[in-house]
Design a protein around this ligand. Structure first.
Ligand SMILES: O=C[C@H](O)[C@@H](O)CC(=O)C(=O)O
Ligand SMILES: [Zn+2]
Length: 280
C-alpha cells in the first residue's frame, strides 16, 4: 500500500514540484482487476480505485489488512463511500448486491466483512472511486443516486465558476461516523471550483477530478492562503488537501470532481472563506 505520512505547512513552502506531487497527488487509480490504494496519515483517510474487468474483485485484493490496519478485514473499524465513474457494475456487501450506474454512490458501513466489485461488461468496465475513514459505529449501508443528493447551485458564468454541488454522503441524506462525500459539476464555460476558496481547519479533504476532456488539465491550487502552490492534474487523478490548505482549481475546460471530507465535524458550512484579494 502506498503510504503518505503527513507534511506540515512550514516544510511544504520549500517543496519542489516533484516533492509536492509525491506527497499530495494520487495517480493511476485504475488497473484492470486490481485495487489501488493510498493510505494518508492526514486523518487516516484511504483513497482507492478499482476497475473490475474479467474478475469479481475483493476490496482486500493486494491489501494486507493486518499489516496496514491491524484488523481482520478492511471495514472492521472503517466506513467507506464509493462512486462509480465508469460503466454499469455492482458491489456486493455481505451478500447483498447493489447495482451502480454512472455517478451512483454507495455508502458501506463499518462491520461489513465482504465487499466485492464487478462490471456488467468487459467492454465498458465500472470504475469505482472510494474514500474510507476510521469509524466507531455502524449505520446503514445505502445506495444514493444523483437525484437523492442535496443540490447546491453556486457561482456565476461571469466569474467562470457556475457549478452545482451535489451532496451525496451528507447528514441531510444519511448518517455516517465522519465521512462526507459529494460531486461538483462545472457548467460548460465555467472552470473555477471552490473559488472564492476556503480552508476548514476542522476537516481534511480529498478531490478527484474526472470528466476532464482529453488533452485538458486542471490546475489545482493548494497551500496556505498566502503561500499558494499548484499541482497540474489529469483526468481521474486525486489530491490530498490537509486541513491547513486551500483546495480549488481552474480547468482548461469544465470538468466534474468528487470531494471527500473527514475530521472533527460534518458541518459543511464550517469553512474559513478567503477573499481572492487576500490570496498570495
Ligand atoms: O468544503 C467543501 C468542499 O471543498 C467542496 O464541496 C467545495 C466545492 O465542491 C465547490 O465549491 O465547488
Ligand atoms: Zn473544502
Amino acid at each position: 500500500m502506498d503510504i503518505r505520512y503527513s507534511a506540515n505547512q512550514r516544510d511544504v513552502k520549500r517543496y519542489t514540484t516533484e516533492e509536492l506531487r509525491d506527497e499530495f497527488l494520487i495517480q493511476d487509480l485504475y488497473h484492470p482487476d486490481e485495487v489501488v490504494s493510498v493510505y494518508s496519515h492526514v486523518d487516516r483517510m484511504v483513497t482507492l480505485g478499482c476497475m473490475p474487468v474479467k474478475e469479481h474483485v475483493s476490496i482486500e485484493k493486494g491489501i494486507d489488512c493486518w499489516k496496514n490496519f491491524g484488523t481482520h478485514y478492511f471495514l472492521e473499524r472503517r466506513e467507506i463511500g464509493i462512486f462509480n465513474i465508469g460503466g454499469a457494475g455492482s458491489i456486493t456487501a455481505d451478500g447483498v448486491e447493489y447495482r451502480l450506474g454512472y455517478k451512483d454512490c454507495l455508502y458501506i458501513t463499518k462491520g461489513t466483512k465482504k465487499v466485492i466489485f464487478a462490471s456488467d461488461s468487459e467492454e465498458a468496465p465500472a470504475k469505482f472511486y472510494m474514500v474510507s475513514a476510521p469509524a466507531h459505529t455502524s449505520y446503514e449501508t445505502k445506495l444514493i443516486t444523483l437525484k437523492d443528493a442535496a443540490k447546491r447551485p453556486l457561482g456565476d458564468a461571469n466569474t467562470s465558476n457556475k457549478r452545482v454541488i451535489n451532496q451525496f454522503i451528507h447528514p441531510d441524506v444519511l448518517k455516517t461516523c465522519q465521512l462526507s462525500m459529494g460531486m461538483t459539476a462545472l457548467e460548460p464555460g465555467s472552470v473555477w471550483n471552490s473559488m472564492p476558496c476556503h480552508t476548514h481547519e476542522r476537516r481534511m479533504e480529498i478531490y478527484m477530478y474526472f470528466e476532464v476532456p482529453e488533452n485538458q488539465v486542471v490546475m489545482h491550487f493548494m497551500g496556505e492562503p498566502t503561500e499558494t502552490r499548484h499541482i497540474v492534474m489529469k483526468n481521474e487523478e486525486a489530491v490530498i488537501s490537509p486541513s491547513w490548505s486551500i483546495h480549488c482549481g481552474a480547468g482548461t475546460s469544465n470538468y466534474t470532481f468528487i470531494w471527500a471530507m473527514g475530521g472533527e465535524n460534518q458541518e459543511f458550512d464550517d469553512m474559513d472563506n478567503i477573499a481572492p484579494m487576500d490570496l498570495k
